[in-house]
Design a protein around this ligand. Structure first.
Ligand SMILES: [Zn+2]
Ligand SMILES: [Zn+2]
Length: 498
């Protein structure tokens, strides 16, 4: 894992509930999103070298959140049994924050580590949904609310674990269900063993220290692919893809990210730029958000492969880093009245293309399914005999409607992308750095081009029925050392369950 330049400072776990509220109140009253982000960075990062349950299979980030929940349970005086309830609940609700869907409101307006509700006014007096969203993306705050509940200023109380009479006598699953009011209490039970093991390990390491930069997801490849509703990764270079993903994952309030603009004479024409559109840019909150994102791109320029950033009629570039932010009026960018051209409504980030120190194109980690879960069914397995195949089926078929986006299963280079005028139809081949080739056949449309480097999860085409296909599906073939192998087994070995 690539570690950020961000200093890994151990603050220790001394924050009392009162202090948390003291921080929150001014935040809501008029603080910037930058302030909220600061408070969201937990001082809870622990060194898990010792006694980590080897079976946990959790990422450092997930473990940090488990530690945060544990410490919060002790701080509020509920103890380790409550910590088990909390961790089991967060495992169920958000996979300890690792489920990317938990970062955005679901159909029931729930969000975050414990999937708490963002309804107006719930978390501070008069807060809007988007303000509540910001508040609830603070893991520590959610843990606090889970254990102690939250009383709104008009006196209405959202119950927490401490409010459940006799919770100590309930099973872990029952206690979790009472707080969450979930229709599926059994779903919590299966996480109890893992939660108990984590709490036991944490109890043994009361003085564990920080050695992790707390926000690895900022730049890491753990970032899920940019949702298509927010931005299109097609044709973007690996550095640009990473910037899009990081921004989308880190700032859920960002709804639109621009990328490739064919024909643009500058970086947007070559997939080396990202435009982060700032909602409500003309308000103080919007302006603070843009400033925060611009500063983030500047701070992480090396890791992101950034060459320059433009925001609010100012430019900062790596080439002239020593001069800091320079006014556009000095020449190198537009400083006139048009808000878009003057970069008042968006942050422009230019990147080198493939210079970031954690390039998605070179990482072997982070394989993904070629089609999003729930949008396909497996219609033919590897090795299956059938009349449509000369001998046996050489791939795994994902049946899905024509036009369904296809993702690169691994990072790598597109070594071929064209119509074979044969059985494969429109076929794209990707070679990963370890030599593994993944082939994507029968596409209705190829959107990647030969020689392009792609990140895992990047869209490369659309499902179709070109070539020898009786209906629309993706035929995925995996080749190692020049031979086909069973994609199902191969994907399983990467931790994926098609
Ligand atoms: Zn731009
Ligand atoms: Zn097939």
């Amino acid at each position: 894992m690539k570690l950020l330049a961000t200093a890994a400072v151990l603050i220790g776990f001394v924050t009392a509930p009162v202090l948390i509220l003291a921080i929150l109140v001014p935040m809501i009253a008029g603080g910037t999103q930058a302030d909220q982000r600061q408070s969201a960075v937990p001082g809870a990062c622990k060194n898990w070298d010792a006694d980590l349950p080897a079976t946990s299979g959790l990422t450092p980030r997930q473990l940090q959140r488990a530690a945060l929940i544990y410490d919060t349970a002790l701080e509020v005086g509920l103890g380790p049994h409550a910590a088990v309830v909390g961790i089991a609940t967060a495992l169920r609700e958000s996979s300890l924050g690792a489920d990317p869907r938990s970062k955005r409101p679901d159909a029931n307006h729930n969000i975050g580590l414990f999937q708490q509700r963002i309804l107006p006014g719930w978390h501070a007096d008069g807060t809007t949904i988007s303000e509540n969203m910001e508040i609830l993306l603070d893991d520590r705050y959610q843990a606090q609310v889970f254990f102690q509940g939250h009383t709104t200023t008009n006196g209405w109380h959202i119950p927490g674990l401490a409010d459940i009479p006799g919770w100590q006598q309930l099973t872990i699953a029952q206690a979790a269900q009472k707080v969450q009011v979930s229709a599926l209490p059994d779903a919590y039970a299966k996480h109890e063993p893992a939660a108990s093991a984590l709490v036991a390990a944490l109890a043994k390491n009361p003085n564990a220290t920080v050695n992790d930069p707390c926000e690895p997801h900022d730049l890491s490849l753990d970032c899920p692919a940019t949702p298509n509703s927010i931005g299109n990764e097609n044709g973007q270079t690996p550095d640009a893809v990473r910037a899009m993903r990081c921004v989308a994952a880190k700032w859920p309030q960002i709804r639109t990210i621009g990328g490739l603009r064919p024909g643009d004479p500058r970086d947007h024409g070559t997939g080396r730029a990202v435009d982060v559109m700032i909602p409500n840019w003309h308000t103080p909150t919007g302006h603070a958000l843009g400033t925060e994102i611009a500063a983030w791109a500047q701070t992480n320029a090396t890791a992101l492969g950034v060459t320059y950033v433009i925001w609010d009629r100012k430019i900062w570039s790596v080439a002239h880093a020593g001069k800091g932010w320079r006014d556009c009026s000095e020449g190198s960018c537009y400083a006139g009245p048009d808000p878009s051209a003057a970069h008042l409504d968006h942050v422009h980030v230019s990147v080198a293309g493939d210079q970031g120190t954690d390039s998605p194109a070179t990482s072997a980690s982070g394989a993904v399914l070629p089609i999003d879960k729930g949008k396909y069914r497996i219609s033919a397995h590897y090795g299956q005999p059938g009349t449509r195949w000369a001998t046996r089926h050489t791939g795994l078929d994902f049946a899905a409607p024509t036009g369904t986006p296809i993702r690169a299963v691994t990072a790598g280079t597109i070594i071929s992308a064209h119509n074979t005028h044969g059985v494969y139809g429109n076929l794209t081949k990707i070679r990963a750095t370890d030599g593994t080739e993944t082939w994507y056949a029968h596409q209705s449309r190829i959107t990647a081009h030969e020689g392009q480097r792609v990140a895992a999860g990047q869209n490369i085409g659309e499902v179709g029925a070109s070539g020898n296909a009786s209906g629309p599906h993706l035929h995925l073939e995996v080749r190692t050392n020049g031979r086909t192998t069973d994609p199902l087994v191969w994907l399983h070995n990467k931790g994926l369950q098609p």
